[in-house]
Design a protein around this ligand. Structure first.
Ligand SMILES: *Cc1c(COP(=O)(O)O)cnc(C)c1O
Length: 385
């Protein structure tokens, strides 16, 4: 785009996008092709095989890189494929420091896949900078950040951690899935790489699974692109198109997610059947000050500890009518999740407890339906607790 310093909404719609040169089609076509005809052997028009590159994917990579204020993007078939790509930078004997309440799938990947290749991870409370620094070892190479975390929505100080890591020449990867670049831009705060599960807010319509990695510098890009192409977890053109369709409305959707989530969080906080509300935009939240520093708003996720047993909490989830009982988050529709039995079931109970994930905890992904309907739905289910 030619305009200097365009606003976020303009970037969402235009970054990485240009009309199709052969037809003028304003929207990037779905280049549903595996291969590309060459004019002469090894004389391509930039694409030779769709695992290595595809124009629909390129448009998406440019778009999300633009939104995150990064130089380049690399698309993946899922968020986990994107995180796996970063872990391939490591070798046996290397050490990772990661948050102790990060996404369950990331925990599982580190513990059950990369550990057996000799890459060890220390999980630590990243909101405690002393504990973080104490966890660093001589062989630490990568620091994996996630903020707000899932499901307690705790925020670690990206700028402070990135500063420490720069000094020690450690690579920082920030999982920005929950915040999205609309609320927080880790690259601006000093992180090296940002990863997304585009399945969530960037796609935004619960109709695609995808991942994205963005960063700066050609050397790092080339190393990661090598693993992207060698391991092959790339997104298809249709999936790339769907995510691209989602990012165009990211700013509008996020604004509504945040407004409704804040109102619901406040309403729940004053409800007598609620023990505790976790929302980054509430002053009662433990990391409110950090959130205020680095996030534009509190986000669309709200976690609630009900005054209820496990069985009651599960029944509460089933009784909701507008909130659908499902894993995942970030779509236009509202979802409810019971972490202990669903998204976080792969974390052993002992570890869950240690990280503060109580069995009665409920996680809400607040959608963009009418707020009154969402509150009424929660109200009827709470009354029957
Ligand atoms: C969903 C999610 C992932 C994994 O992404 P997939 O697209 O499901 O592979 C990683 N990190 C966070 C924070 C997520 O919410």
């Amino acid at each position: 785009m030619k305009r200097k310093n365009p606003g976020f909404g303009t970037l969402a719609i235009h970054a990485g996008q240009s009309p199709d040169p052969s037809t003028g089609a304003i929207m990037t076509p779905i280049f549903q092709t595996s291969t590309y005809v060459q004019k002469a052997p090894n004389q391509t028009q930039g694409y030779d095989y769709s695992r290595s590159g595809n124009p629909t994917r390129s448009a998406l990579e440019g778009n999300i890189a633009g939104l995150e204020g990064a130089e380049w993007g690399l698309g993946f078939s899922s968020g986990m494929a994107a995180i796996t790509c970063v872990l391939h930078l490591l070798e046996a004997g290397d050490h990772v420091v990661a948050g102790n309440d990060l996404y369950g799938g990331t925990f599982r990947l580190l513990r059950t896949v990369f550990e057996k290749f000799g890459v060890e991870t220390t999980f630590v409370d990243l909101t405690d900078l002393d504990a973080f620094q104490a966890a660093l070892q001589k062989n630490t190479k990568l620091v994996m950040l996630e903020t707000p975390t899932n499901p307690l929505l705790r925020c670690c100080d990206l700028r402070a951690i990135a500063k420490i890591c720069r000094r020690k020449k450690l690579l920082t990867l920030a999982d920005n899935t929950f915040a999205t670049p609309y609320l927080q831009r880790p690259i601006d705060l000093g992180c090296d790489l940002v990863v997304h599960s585009t399945t969530k807010y960037l796609g935004g319509h619960s109709d695609v699974v995808g991942g994205m990695l963005v960063g700066n510098g050609e050397e790092l890009r080339a190393r990661l692109a090598h693993f992207q192409n060698s391991c092959g977890g790339t997104p298809g053109p249709m999936d790339s198109f769907l995510v691209l369709r989602g990012t165009k409305t990211l700013h509008v959707r996020m604004q509504r997610h945040c407004e409704s989530a804040l109102k619901i969080a406040k309403w729940l906080e004053s409800h007598k059947k609620v023990a505790r509300v976790y929302y980054p935009g509430l002053p009662s939240h433990e990391t409110y000050r950090t959130a205020k520093k680095q996030m534009k708003h509190g986000g669309g996720m709200v976690s609630v500890e009900l005054k209820a047993t496990v069985a009651q909490a599960k029944r509460f989830c089933s009784r909701l009518e507008v909130f659908a009982l499902a894993e995942s988050l970030g779509g236009v529709e509202s979802l409810v999740d019971h972490p202990a039995s669903m998204t976080h079931a792969s974390i052993p109970k002992k570890e869950r407890k240690k990280a503060g994930l109580e069995d009665g905890l409920i996680r809400l992904s607040v959608g963009i339906e009418d707020l009154d309907d969402l509150v009424a739905d929660l109200d009827q289910a709470l009354k029957r607790l």
